[in-house]
Design a protein around this ligand. Sequence first.
Ligand code: CP
Length: 325
Amino acid sequence: MNEQGLAQIPLSGFAAQHLLDVESLSRTDIEAILDRAEFYEKLLTARQPVEKVLEGKIVLTLFFEPSTRTRISFEMAAKRLGADVVNWDFERSSMAGKGESLKDTIRTLDAVQPDALVIRHSEQGAAFLAAEHASLSRAPVINAGDGIRAHPTQALLDALAMRQAKGPLEDLTVAIVGDISHSRVARSNIALLAKMGATIRLIGPRSLMPTSFPGAKVEIYHDLGQGLPGADIVMCLRIQRERMAVGELPEESEYHRRFGMTRAWMDVAGSGALVMHPGPMNRGIEIAEDLPDDPDRSLILEQVRLGVPVRMAVLDLLLGGRGRV
Ligand code: CP
């Protein structure tokens, strides 16, 4: 599809100024983002020049939690499109030591008029609070992960990786394995896959499985042998130790024995099944040491690679492409 074709995709629902969660995107919005990401991916792969549609814009990133993939790929994406990036640094900010609140920090940063705010925070709802208080600049707020609630750009890049490797999402059976309760990646993937009509299986211990999934039809399993057969994609999740109470922590070797993904378990899923992981991984716990590096089985580095074009698409549609419908 050429740029002209992409420019004609309607952005229904994107009239909302921000990208805070997957739930507020329509199926058409999701397809528009994935199509535009694929357009950028082709340019990047061919090392062709990218139109600097965000030239003169400034993207402000606020990472209250550590990040490698999300932070770097947002910065790369913004720069590929010609924007400048300013990284707010918690340790050197007036929140550290001087007690400035999150709300006042957002209002202060809003007052210096960025063109977009990308925020990651350990508290769910932080991105919504940022959107509420970024009223002066009217900058789009993009949620780069808030607590256990949402990580919409991760779900979008996962969707593109699945679509490219396995075809239309509505035809896929996706098994999400592990610590579902504490995973914003799982929540956003479930919301996206449900909108796109995929079959969703959740596999994990009862102690790490929520009891309800509003708006999504899911199959729940507590045993890999029952949940894996026939899955096209096996998405492993990290044990979110930082979000657990001490009593909740599973014993690592027992967890690996019951829910750790191995080549043998991938064979149970099927000969064409592919493994995914949002990262960072704990090799030897939720995934075997050797599985992530198996090029016939693993989409993990592909997920990372697609993070840049997906975030380019999101930035373009929110900041630059809004008028191009
Ligand atoms: N998947 C993900 O969000 O990774 P980072 O924490 O490294 O950004």
